[in-house]
Ligand binder design. Structure first.
Ligand code: XMP
Length: 516
C-alpha cells in the first residue's frame, strides 16, 4: 500500500493534512518529529509532508529535524513552519517578517511548478506566519509570492523538495486541494490505492486469519465506532463474535432497544445485553456532585462490563475495541514532545484498561487506522442503519451529565421524553444535519406556571444545540424560532412534569457543551 508520512511539528492542522491526503485515496499517517530517520527510511513512504508548527526556527528549542531527511530521495513538501524549516536546514535566510500575514492572502504564481498545474496565476491562500523566507537556499527557486512574502512557495525539483508558506490543507486556500493532489500524483507519482471497499475486504480477511476459530469479545456502546467495529467483526467471524452491551439506563429514549434490534436482526453475532439501570440508580442515590456522579457511573460501568466479560472470556478469546486513528494521536503519539505542541484534545470515554485478572489472546482494533468519516463510510458500506452511522456524539455517562443534581428514575423519564421531542422536531424540519450536537437538559430548576385555571410548579427543561469543528470550542446554534416554538409547545404539552422550556445561548468557552 502506498503511504505518505505527515511529519508532525506541532501544527494545529496536522490531522487535516492527513485527512486531505486520504481524500485523494492515499493512506497517510502522522508521526512526531522525534521519529528516528532510520524508521522513516525503512517505511518506504511515497512522500513526506512537514506540517506547520507554532514555533520559530530561530529558537533552538523548537522542533527541528535531522537535515539528512532532505537527502533520502523521497519527495518532500514543507508547509508553513515546515517550509521555513527546509529553508533553514539548507542554509537559506529565514527572518522575522516586517509584516506578518494572517488570513486570506492573494498569491501570485511566478514560476513553473508541478504543484501549480491547473492553478491560476492569481488565487487566494490561507496564511498564518510571522517568520518568512528572505532568501531561498541554493538550488531552490521561488515559484510564488504574495505582497508581503517574497517567497510564498519554493522548489528544488531535481531533489523533489517543495515548500509553501501558506496552508494548502485548509479550505480557505482556494486551490490548496489541487496543489496537494499535484504533490501526491505529479511529484510523488502515487496511484491512489486507499479505497474503503478494499479496506473492508483486506480487514475481514486479516481478522479471519488472526482470530481463527477463537472467540472475540467486543464492548458495544451503540456509538459509531464500536458499532462499525462490530459490523466488520461480524462479517469476518459471525457467531464467534460476542458483543457485550451494557445498558446503564442512562441512554436516550428507546435507544437500548434500537441497538439490540439492529445487532440481533442485521448481523450475525452473539449479542449480550446487560440491563443494569437499577443498580446504577442505587449507586447514584443522593449524589449531586457532577464529578462524583461521573466517577460512579464510570466505575460501575467498567465493573459490570468486565464482570460480564470475565464470565465469558476464560483466557481463550480475543478482546476487540473500536478505537480509531485520532484516539492514537490524541493520546500523545502525535505532536508529543513538541515545544508548545498542538492543543490537548479531549480524550473520550473508552473501555479503560483491561483488568490484570483477565487474560486475552490479544487485543484487536479493526478501525485503528481510520479517521471518523472513513469509519462512517465503512459503516454505510457494511449496511449499518443511517441513524447509527451519523449519530451525534453521546457522552459515556449518558443522560447522567444532562441531569443537574441527583439522578432519579422520574427525572430520566422526563428528560428522555423531552429529548425525544427535540430530536423529532429537528428531524421533521430537516435541521439535524446542520448541527454538531443537540439535546435536552434536565436543569434541576423548578418554575411557576399556569395551566387552565391552575398554578403549576414544575421542572424547567433547557435545550442545548451547538455547532463546532472539534468540540474544543463551540458556538450555540441559531435554530430558527419556529422550530424552537414547536419544540417548546410540544414538550410542555406532551411531557408530564415540565412547564417551562429555555434555550441555552452559551458558547464554549465559557460554557461546556454538556451541563455537568
Ligand atoms: P464538553 O461538555 O466537555 O463536551 O464541552 C465536549 C464533547 O464531549 C462529549 N463529552 C463526553 N464524551 N465521555 C464522553 O465520551 C464524557 O465523559 C464526556 N463528557 C462530554 C460531549 O457530549 C461533547 O460532544
Amino acid at each position: 500500500m502506498e503511504k505518505i508520512l505527515v511529519l508532525d511539528f506541532g501544527g494545529q492542522y496536522n490531522q487535516l493534512i492527513a485527512r486531505r491526503v486520504r481524500d485523494h485515496h492515499i493512506y497517510a499517517e502522522i508521526l512526531p518529529y522525534t521519529t528516528p530517520i532510520e524508521a522513516i527510511r525503512a517505511a518506504n513512504y511515497k512522500g513526506i509532508i512537514f506540517t506547520g508548527g507554532p514555533n520559530s526556527v530561530f529558537d533552538m528549542e523548537s522542533p527541528h529535524y535531522d537535515p539528512a531527511i532532505l537527502d533520502i530521495g523521497v519527495p518532500i513538501l514543507g508547509i508553513c513552519y515546515g517550509c521555513q524549516l527546509i529553508a533553514w536546514m539548507r542554509r537559506g535566510e529565514v527572518k522575522t517578517a516586517p509584516v506578518s500575514e494572517y488570513g486570506k492572502i492573494d498569491l501570485t504564481v511566478c514560476g513553473d511548478s508541478p504543484l501549480f498545474d491547473g492553478v491560476p496565476k492569481d488565487s487566494v491562500v490561507w496564511m498564518s506566519h510571522t517568520d518568512y523566507i528572505a532568501t531561498p537556499p541554493v538550488g531552490f527557486s521561488v515559484v510564488a509570492t504574495t505582497e508581503n512574502c517574497p517567497c510564498a512557495a519554493m522548489q528544488n525539483p531535481a531533489e523533489g523538495i517543495y515548500a509553501v508558506q501558506f496552508h494548502p490543507e485548509v479550505t480557505h486556500s482556494a486551490y490548496g486541494d489541487k496543489m496537494l493532489e499535484n504533490f501526491l500524483y505529479k511529484v510523488c507519482h502515487c496511484k491512489g490505492d486507499w479505497i474503503m471497499d478494499s479496506f473492508i475486504e483486506d480487514t475481514v480477511a486479516a481478522l479471519r486469519r488472526q482470530i481463527g476459530d477463537k472467540q472475540v469479545i467486543l464492548g458495544l456502546s451503540g456509538g459509531v465506532d464500536s458499532s462499525v467495529a462490530a459490523g466488520l467483526l461480524s462479517r469476518a467471524v459471525g457467531k464467534q463474535l460476542v458483543c457485550v452491551f451494557v445498558d446503564q439506563g442512562l441512554m436516550r429514549k428507546d435507544e437500548g432497544d434500537f441497538v439490540e434490534q439492529t445487532f440481533t436482526k442485521l448481523f450475525d453475532m452473539q449479542f449480550v445485553r446487560v440491563n443494569c439501570g437499577d443498580v446504577f440508580l442505587k449507586k447514584l442515590k443522593g449524589v449531586c456532585d457532577p464529578e462524583q456522579k461521573r466517577k460512579i457511573i464510570s466505575e460501575e460501568f467498567y465493573k459490570v462490563f468486565w464482570d460480564e466479560i470475565k464470565r465469558r472470556a476464560a483466557g481463550d478469546a480475543f478482546f476487540a475495541q473500536g478505537s480509531i486513528y485520532p484516539d492514537r494521536i490524541e493520546s500523545g503519539k502525535g505532536a508529543s514532545g513538541a515545544k508548545a505542541g498542538s492543543a490537548v484534545i479531549k480524550t473520550h470515554h473508552n473501555m479503560g484498561s483491561i483488568p490484570s485478572d483477565i487474560a486475552f489472546l490479544g487485543v484487536i482494533e479493526p478501525l485503528r487506522d481510520l479517521f471518523k468519516d472513513e469509519v462512517r463510510t465503512v459503516g454505510e458500506k457494511l449496511g449499518l442503519p443511517h441513524e447509527l452511522v451519523w449519530r451525534q456524539p453521546f457522552p459515556g455517562p449518558g443522560l447522567g451529565v444532562r441531569i443537574v443534581g441527583e439522578i432519579t428514575a422520574e427525572k430520566i423519564r422526563i428528560l428522555q421524553n423531552a429529548d425525544f421531542v427535540l430530536r423529532d422536531e429537528m428531524a421533521k424540519n430537516g435541521y439535524e444535519k446542520q448541527l454538531s450536537q443537540f439535546f435536552a437538559v434536565f436543569t434541576g430548576a423548578k418554575a411557576v406556571g399556569v395551566m387552565g385555571d391552575h398554578r403549576t410548579y414544575e421542572n424547567v427543561i433547557a435545550l442545548r444545540a451547538v455547532t463546532t469543528d472539534d468540540f474544543m470550542t463551540a458556538d450555540w446554534a441559531r435554530i430558527p424560532y419556529d422550530i424552537l416554538a414547536a419544540v417548546s409547545n410540544r414538550i410542555t404539552n406532551e411531557v408530564d412534569g415540565v412547564n417551562r422550556v429555555v434555550y441555552d445561548i452559551t458558547s464554549k468557552p465559557p460554557g461546556t457543551v454538556e451541563w455537568e
